[in-house]
Design a protein around this ligand. Structure first.
Ligand code: NI
Length: 173
């Protein structure tokens, strides 16, 4: 099932999400949610999606740096914890919840993360470049942090003003 992606302005995007609990791991409901998140992300042509973006306040994200090209690289991060960050990366970033806006964001070039899979098994993963950026961007979502929060106040206010105009015109829902 393809969910509607929540847009900036909805408070759920700026709240801290709750951990996925022991009783949820391995359940058909959790597996279905993960499958639906991939389906929603691919439909929107994104490389990452966090549960709050479909209105679910859980620490769960899906990532596929190939964006669904033939060789899928499906990564599921549940209750992720960033262990280590290294280097610098400053590239344009967007977000499915803030469509139409892209800005350079300062990130670490390498990120090591620890997370649980759908069955609750812990694993570690190291991402470089695009994957590193996606891990940091999606992990931010779980703490209610959006890429525009990482821009200068001037840039951020400019984007907020433009979004307010789109909201007034009924072009942002
Ligand atoms: Ni995003």
């Amino acid at each position: 099932m393809v969910y509607k992606i929540v847009k900036y302005g909805d408070p759920v995007l700026e709240e801290v999400c709750e951990s996925v609990t022991v009783s949820e791991f391995g359940t058909p409901a959790l597996k279905q949610l993960v499958a639906d998140m991939f389906e929603t992300m691919y439909a929107a042509k994104g490389v990452g999606l966090a549960a709050p973006q479909i209105g679910i306040k859980k620490r769960l994200t899906v990532i596929d740096p190939s964006a669904g090209d033939e060789k899928n690289e499906r990564i599921v991060l549940i209750n992720p914890e960033i262990l280590h960050k290294e280097g610098k990366l400053n590239e344009e970033e967007g977000c499915l919840s803030i469509p139409g806006f892209r800005e350079p964001v300062q990130r670490a070039r390498v990120t090591r993360v620890k997370a649980q899979d759908e069955n609750g098994e812990w694993f570690e993963l190291t991402g470089e470049d695009l994957l590193s950026r996606a891990i940091q961007h999606e992990n931010d979502h779980l703490d209610g942090v959006l890429f525009i929060h990482r821009l200068s106040p001037l840039k951020r206010d400019m984007i907020r003003r433009k979004i307010r105009k789109l909201q007034k015109a009924g072009e942002w829902d």
